[in-house]
Design a protein around this ligand. Structure first.
Ligand code: DGY
Length: 328
Protein backbone atom coordinates (compact mmCIF):
# COMPACT_ATOMS: atom_id res chain seq x y z
CA UNK A 1 0.00 0.00 0.00
CA UNK A 2 1.25 3.48 -0.71
CA UNK A 3 -0.28 6.80 0.07
CA UNK A 4 -1.34 7.71 -3.44
CA UNK A 5 -4.98 8.67 -3.17
CA UNK A 6 -7.58 7.24 -5.56
CA UNK A 7 -11.10 8.66 -5.64
CA UNK A 8 -14.13 6.57 -6.63
CA UNK A 9 -16.80 8.90 -7.89
CA UNK A 10 -19.88 7.24 -6.40
CA UNK A 11 -20.96 4.92 -3.60
CA UNK A 12 -21.85 1.99 -5.84
CA UNK A 13 -18.61 0.34 -6.91
CA UNK A 14 -18.28 -3.47 -6.82
CA UNK A 15 -16.26 -5.07 -4.01
CA UNK A 16 -14.07 -6.84 -6.56
CA UNK A 17 -12.79 -3.52 -7.92
CA UNK A 18 -12.46 -2.02 -4.44
CA UNK A 19 -10.29 -4.94 -3.36
CA UNK A 20 -7.78 -4.29 -6.16
CA UNK A 21 -7.57 -0.61 -5.29
CA UNK A 22 -7.28 -1.18 -1.52
CA UNK A 23 -4.31 -3.48 -2.08
CA UNK A 24 -2.33 -0.63 -3.60
CA UNK A 25 -3.67 2.77 -2.63
CA UNK A 26 -5.45 4.95 -0.16
CA UNK A 27 -9.00 4.82 -1.45
CA UNK A 28 -11.53 7.60 -0.93
CA UNK A 29 -15.07 7.08 -2.11
CA UNK A 30 -18.04 9.37 -2.49
CA UNK A 31 -20.89 8.63 -0.09
CA UNK A 32 -23.37 9.58 -2.82
CA UNK A 33 -24.45 8.52 -6.28
CA UNK A 34 -25.92 10.40 -9.19
CA UNK A 35 -29.58 9.48 -8.82
CA UNK A 36 -31.88 12.42 -9.51
CA UNK A 37 -31.23 16.14 -9.12
CA UNK A 38 -30.57 15.81 -5.39
CA UNK A 39 -28.06 12.96 -5.81
CA UNK A 40 -26.21 14.85 -8.52
CA UNK A 41 -25.95 17.98 -6.40
CA UNK A 42 -24.78 16.13 -3.29
CA UNK A 43 -22.31 14.09 -5.26
CA UNK A 44 -20.85 17.09 -7.05
CA UNK A 45 -20.12 18.80 -3.73
CA UNK A 46 -18.69 15.61 -2.28
CA UNK A 47 -16.38 15.10 -5.26
CA UNK A 48 -15.12 18.68 -5.13
CA UNK A 49 -14.30 18.16 -1.44
CA UNK A 50 -12.60 14.80 -1.88
CA UNK A 51 -10.66 15.35 -5.09
CA UNK A 52 -7.80 17.69 -4.05
CA UNK A 53 -4.53 15.79 -4.11
CA UNK A 54 -5.91 12.63 -5.74
CA UNK A 55 -3.62 10.76 -8.14
CA UNK A 56 -6.37 8.90 -9.96
CA UNK A 57 -10.10 8.98 -10.34
CA UNK A 58 -12.44 6.06 -11.06
CA UNK A 59 -15.37 7.67 -12.86
CA UNK A 60 -18.65 5.79 -12.59
CA UNK A 61 -21.23 7.74 -14.51
CA UNK A 62 -21.88 9.42 -17.80
CA UNK A 63 -21.76 12.88 -16.25
CA UNK A 64 -19.18 15.24 -17.70
CA UNK A 65 -15.71 15.50 -16.24
CA UNK A 66 -15.52 19.25 -15.86
CA UNK A 67 -12.60 21.69 -15.86
CA UNK A 68 -13.75 22.73 -12.38
CA UNK A 69 -13.20 19.20 -11.12
CA UNK A 70 -9.81 18.91 -12.83
CA UNK A 71 -8.68 22.28 -11.46
CA UNK A 72 -9.73 21.24 -7.99
CA UNK A 73 -7.81 17.95 -8.29
CA UNK A 74 -4.57 19.81 -8.84
CA UNK A 75 -1.26 18.62 -10.30
CA UNK A 76 -1.27 15.17 -8.62
CA UNK A 77 -3.98 13.86 -10.92
CA UNK A 78 -2.32 11.49 -13.37
CA UNK A 79 -5.15 9.40 -14.70
CA UNK A 80 -8.87 8.83 -14.93
CA UNK A 81 -10.33 5.35 -15.29
CA UNK A 82 -13.79 5.61 -16.83
CA UNK A 83 -15.87 2.61 -15.75
CA UNK A 84 -17.60 2.52 -19.14
CA UNK A 85 -16.80 1.74 -22.73
CA UNK A 86 -18.05 5.13 -23.89
CA UNK A 87 -15.92 8.14 -23.00
CA UNK A 88 -17.73 10.95 -24.77
CA UNK A 89 -18.34 12.52 -21.33
CA UNK A 90 -14.65 12.55 -20.38
CA UNK A 91 -13.51 15.85 -21.88
CA UNK A 92 -10.73 14.10 -23.81
CA UNK A 93 -9.22 17.29 -25.30
CA UNK A 94 -8.90 18.87 -21.86
CA UNK A 95 -7.31 15.72 -20.42
CA UNK A 96 -4.90 15.59 -23.34
CA UNK A 97 -3.93 19.24 -22.83
CA UNK A 98 -3.26 18.55 -19.15
CA UNK A 99 -1.33 15.31 -19.79
CA UNK A 100 -3.83 13.22 -17.83
CA UNK A 101 -4.19 9.59 -18.95
CA UNK A 102 -7.58 8.04 -19.62
CA UNK A 103 -8.74 4.43 -19.77
CA UNK A 104 -12.14 2.90 -20.47
CA UNK A 105 -13.67 -0.59 -20.15
CA UNK A 106 -14.33 -1.95 -23.65
CA UNK A 107 -14.83 -5.65 -24.52
CA UNK A 108 -15.74 -6.87 -21.03
CA UNK A 109 -19.24 -5.48 -21.54
CA UNK A 110 -19.80 -6.63 -25.12
CA UNK A 111 -21.81 -9.73 -24.14
CA UNK A 112 -24.14 -7.95 -21.75
CA UNK A 113 -24.79 -5.04 -24.13
CA UNK A 114 -25.29 -7.37 -27.10
CA UNK A 115 -27.85 -9.31 -25.04
CA UNK A 116 -29.77 -6.08 -24.52
CA UNK A 117 -29.57 -5.26 -28.24
CA UNK A 118 -31.17 -8.63 -29.02
CA UNK A 119 -33.75 -8.10 -26.26
CA UNK A 120 -34.66 -4.74 -27.81
CA UNK A 121 -34.93 -6.30 -31.27
CA UNK A 122 -37.43 -8.80 -29.89
CA UNK A 123 -39.27 -6.24 -27.78
CA UNK A 124 -39.68 -3.78 -30.65
CA UNK A 125 -40.48 -6.33 -33.36
CA UNK A 126 -43.00 -8.21 -31.18
CA UNK A 127 -44.63 -5.01 -29.92
CA UNK A 128 -43.88 -5.44 -26.22
CA UNK A 129 -44.96 -1.90 -25.32
CA UNK A 130 -48.48 -2.35 -26.72
CA UNK A 131 -48.74 -5.89 -25.45
CA UNK A 132 -47.59 -5.03 -21.95
CA UNK A 133 -50.14 -2.21 -21.98
CA UNK A 134 -52.85 -4.78 -22.65
CA UNK A 135 -51.73 -7.01 -19.80
CA UNK A 136 -51.63 -4.03 -17.44
CA UNK A 137 -55.09 -2.81 -18.51
CA UNK A 138 -56.66 -6.27 -18.60
CA UNK A 139 -57.96 -5.53 -22.10
CA UNK A 140 -56.41 -8.26 -24.23
CA UNK A 141 -57.01 -8.18 -27.97
CA UNK A 142 -56.70 -11.91 -28.41
CA UNK A 143 -57.31 -12.72 -32.04
CA UNK A 144 -55.72 -14.46 -34.96
CA UNK A 145 -54.86 -11.24 -36.75
CA UNK A 146 -54.21 -8.92 -33.85
CA UNK A 147 -50.92 -7.73 -32.40
CA UNK A 148 -48.95 -9.36 -35.18
CA UNK A 149 -45.32 -8.48 -35.14
CA UNK A 150 -42.26 -9.09 -37.26
CA UNK A 151 -39.60 -11.77 -37.02
CA UNK A 152 -35.84 -11.74 -36.89
CA UNK A 153 -35.94 -14.94 -38.95
CA UNK A 154 -35.32 -14.18 -42.60
CA UNK A 155 -34.39 -10.56 -41.94
CA UNK A 156 -31.44 -8.42 -42.97
CA UNK A 157 -29.69 -7.09 -39.89
CA UNK A 158 -27.54 -3.99 -40.40
CA UNK A 159 -25.00 -3.16 -37.73
CA UNK A 160 -23.65 0.36 -37.57
CA UNK A 161 -20.30 -0.12 -35.84
CA UNK A 162 -18.86 -3.65 -35.94
CA UNK A 163 -16.75 -3.27 -32.78
CA UNK A 164 -16.86 -5.63 -29.81
CA UNK A 165 -20.58 -5.07 -29.20
CA UNK A 166 -21.59 -5.18 -32.87
CA UNK A 167 -19.66 -8.40 -33.42
CA UNK A 168 -21.26 -10.00 -30.37
CA UNK A 169 -24.73 -9.03 -31.62
CA UNK A 170 -24.01 -10.98 -34.82
CA UNK A 171 -22.79 -14.00 -32.81
CA UNK A 172 -25.85 -13.85 -30.54
CA UNK A 173 -28.19 -13.80 -33.53
CA UNK A 174 -26.79 -16.84 -35.30
CA UNK A 175 -29.58 -19.11 -34.02
CA UNK A 176 -32.28 -16.70 -35.20
CA UNK A 177 -31.98 -17.68 -38.90
CA UNK A 178 -31.06 -14.18 -40.04
CA UNK A 179 -30.96 -14.02 -43.84
CA UNK A 180 -28.12 -11.52 -44.12
CA UNK A 181 -25.78 -9.53 -41.89
CA UNK A 182 -24.40 -6.26 -43.21
CA UNK A 183 -22.40 -3.58 -41.44
CA UNK A 184 -20.95 -0.16 -41.91
CA UNK A 185 -18.33 1.90 -40.16
CA UNK A 186 -15.14 3.80 -40.87
CA UNK A 187 -13.54 0.85 -42.59
CA UNK A 188 -14.00 -2.81 -43.46
CA UNK A 189 -12.98 -5.14 -40.62
CA UNK A 190 -11.34 -8.56 -40.89
CA UNK A 191 -13.77 -9.84 -38.24
CA UNK A 192 -16.64 -9.03 -40.61
CA UNK A 193 -15.66 -11.78 -43.05
CA UNK A 194 -15.26 -14.35 -40.28
CA UNK A 195 -18.78 -13.50 -39.09
CA UNK A 196 -20.28 -13.64 -42.56
CA UNK A 197 -21.16 -9.95 -42.47
CA UNK A 198 -20.79 -7.83 -45.58
CA UNK A 199 -19.31 -4.31 -45.43
CA UNK A 200 -21.58 -1.75 -47.13
CA UNK A 201 -22.02 2.02 -47.24
CA UNK A 202 -24.35 3.65 -44.72
CA UNK A 203 -26.91 4.41 -47.44
CA UNK A 204 -26.84 0.84 -48.64
CA UNK A 205 -27.27 -0.45 -45.09
CA UNK A 206 -30.23 1.85 -44.45
CA UNK A 207 -31.89 0.82 -47.70
CA UNK A 208 -31.53 -2.94 -47.07
CA UNK A 209 -31.94 -3.47 -43.34
CA UNK A 210 -34.99 -4.75 -41.53
CA UNK A 211 -33.15 -4.10 -38.26
CA UNK A 212 -30.67 -1.22 -37.95
CA UNK A 213 -28.52 -1.65 -34.83
CA UNK A 214 -26.54 1.33 -33.58
CA UNK A 215 -23.42 0.16 -31.74
CA UNK A 216 -21.03 3.02 -32.46
CA UNK A 217 -19.39 5.40 -30.01
CA UNK A 218 -20.65 8.97 -29.88
CA UNK A 219 -18.18 11.24 -31.69
CA UNK A 220 -18.47 14.43 -33.73
CA UNK A 221 -18.81 12.17 -36.80
CA UNK A 222 -21.60 9.99 -35.41
CA UNK A 223 -23.60 12.61 -33.50
CA UNK A 224 -27.19 12.73 -34.84
CA UNK A 225 -26.33 10.30 -37.63
CA UNK A 226 -29.89 9.04 -37.44
CA UNK A 227 -31.93 12.05 -38.49
CA UNK A 228 -34.83 12.85 -40.81
CA UNK A 229 -32.63 12.24 -43.87
CA UNK A 230 -31.26 8.87 -42.75
CA UNK A 231 -34.62 7.76 -41.34
CA UNK A 232 -36.08 8.63 -44.75
CA UNK A 233 -33.69 6.14 -46.34
CA UNK A 234 -34.85 3.22 -44.18
CA UNK A 235 -37.39 0.61 -45.16
CA UNK A 236 -40.93 1.16 -43.92
CA UNK A 237 -40.73 -2.03 -41.86
CA UNK A 238 -37.34 -1.06 -40.41
CA UNK A 239 -36.72 -1.32 -36.69
CA UNK A 240 -34.10 0.96 -35.16
CA UNK A 241 -32.12 -0.30 -32.15
CA UNK A 242 -29.78 1.96 -30.18
CA UNK A 243 -27.36 0.59 -27.57
CA UNK A 244 -24.74 3.31 -28.19
CA UNK A 245 -25.60 6.79 -27.01
CA UNK A 246 -28.78 8.84 -27.16
CA UNK A 247 -27.15 11.62 -29.16
CA UNK A 248 -26.59 9.32 -32.12
CA UNK A 249 -30.27 9.90 -32.87
CA UNK A 250 -32.26 13.06 -33.56
CA UNK A 251 -35.15 12.15 -31.27
CA UNK A 252 -37.61 14.64 -32.80
CA UNK A 253 -37.02 13.07 -36.20
CA UNK A 254 -37.37 9.59 -34.67
CA UNK A 255 -40.64 10.60 -33.03
CA UNK A 256 -42.00 11.82 -36.39
CA UNK A 257 -40.84 8.69 -38.20
CA UNK A 258 -42.48 6.39 -35.63
CA UNK A 259 -45.66 8.43 -35.31
CA UNK A 260 -46.19 8.56 -39.07
CA UNK A 261 -45.17 4.88 -39.38
CA UNK A 262 -42.38 5.94 -41.73
CA UNK A 263 -40.48 3.17 -39.91
CA UNK A 264 -41.99 0.28 -37.97
CA UNK A 265 -40.57 0.55 -34.46
CA UNK A 266 -37.59 1.39 -32.28
CA UNK A 267 -35.90 -0.11 -29.24
CA UNK A 268 -33.63 2.17 -27.22
CA UNK A 269 -31.36 1.52 -24.26
CA UNK A 270 -30.01 5.06 -24.44
CA UNK A 271 -31.74 8.42 -24.79
CA UNK A 272 -31.15 12.13 -24.50
CA UNK A 273 -31.45 13.15 -21.76
CA UNK A 274 -31.06 10.35 -19.24
CA UNK A 275 -33.29 9.89 -17.39
CA UNK A 276 -35.84 10.62 -20.10
CA UNK A 277 -38.58 12.77 -18.50
CA UNK A 278 -41.66 10.64 -17.86
CA UNK A 279 -43.81 12.99 -19.97
CA UNK A 280 -41.43 12.86 -22.95
CA UNK A 281 -43.28 12.51 -26.26
CA UNK A 282 -41.34 9.36 -27.21
CA UNK A 283 -43.08 7.60 -24.31
CA UNK A 284 -46.49 8.30 -25.81
CA UNK A 285 -45.73 6.08 -28.81
CA UNK A 286 -46.93 2.47 -28.94
CA UNK A 287 -44.12 1.41 -31.29
CA UNK A 288 -41.13 2.17 -29.14
CA UNK A 289 -39.58 0.17 -26.29
CA UNK A 290 -37.21 2.06 -24.00
CA UNK A 291 -34.87 0.81 -21.27
CA UNK A 292 -33.01 3.00 -18.75
CA UNK A 293 -29.44 2.45 -20.06
CA UNK A 294 -28.93 -1.01 -18.57
CA UNK A 295 -26.79 -2.46 -21.37
CA UNK A 296 -23.89 -3.46 -19.16
CA UNK A 297 -25.89 -3.82 -15.95
CA UNK A 298 -25.29 -7.42 -14.89
CA UNK A 299 -23.44 -8.44 -11.74
CA UNK A 300 -20.73 -10.21 -13.69
CA UNK A 301 -20.14 -7.46 -16.21
CA UNK A 302 -20.16 -4.60 -13.71
CA UNK A 303 -17.66 -6.57 -11.61
CA UNK A 304 -15.46 -7.13 -14.67
CA UNK A 305 -15.67 -3.43 -15.54
CA UNK A 306 -14.73 -2.46 -11.98
CA UNK A 307 -11.72 -4.78 -11.90
CA UNK A 308 -10.54 -3.57 -15.30
CA UNK A 309 -10.89 0.07 -14.27
CA UNK A 310 -9.02 -0.64 -11.03
CA UNK A 311 -6.21 -2.48 -12.82
CA UNK A 312 -5.86 0.41 -15.24
CA UNK A 313 -5.34 2.67 -12.22
CA UNK A 314 -2.73 0.27 -10.81
CA UNK A 315 -0.83 0.24 -14.08
CA UNK A 316 -1.00 4.00 -14.57
CA UNK A 317 0.23 4.80 -11.06
CA UNK A 318 2.97 2.17 -11.28
CA UNK A 319 4.23 3.63 -14.56
CA UNK A 320 3.10 0.66 -16.68
CA UNK A 321 1.05 0.92 -19.90
CA UNK A 322 -2.71 1.14 -19.48
CA UNK A 323 -4.54 -2.10 -20.29
CA UNK A 324 -7.33 -0.39 -22.23
CA UNK A 325 -6.03 3.08 -23.02
CA UNK A 326 -7.93 5.98 -24.50
CA UNK A 327 -5.12 8.44 -23.72
CA UNK A 328 -1.84 6.74 -22.84
C1 DGY B 1 -20.77 2.06 -21.55
O1 DGY B 1 -19.97 1.40 -20.90
O2 DGY B 1 -20.42 3.00 -22.24
C2 DGY B 1 -22.18 1.65 -21.48
O3 DGY B 1 -23.02 2.60 -22.03
C3 DGY B 1 -22.60 1.35 -20.07
O4 DGY B 1 -22.37 2.40 -19.26
Amino acid sequence: MNNQKVLISSNDFPETGLKVLHEHFTVVQSRFNNFGEEGLKENKEELLNLIPGCSALVWISHHPITKELLDKAGPNLKMIAAASAGYNHCNVEELKARGIKLSNTPNVLSSAVADIAVALMLAASRRFTENLGQVRSGLWRIGFQYELGQEIRGSTVGIIGLGGIGQTVVKRLVGFEVEKFIYTGRKEKPEGKALGAEFVSLDNLLAQSDFVVLAVPLTTETKLMINSTTLGKMKQNAILINVGRGDLVDQDALYDALKSRRIYAAGLDVTTPEPLPKDHKLLTLPNIFILPHIGSATERTRSDMAVLAANNVVNALQGKPLITPVLQ
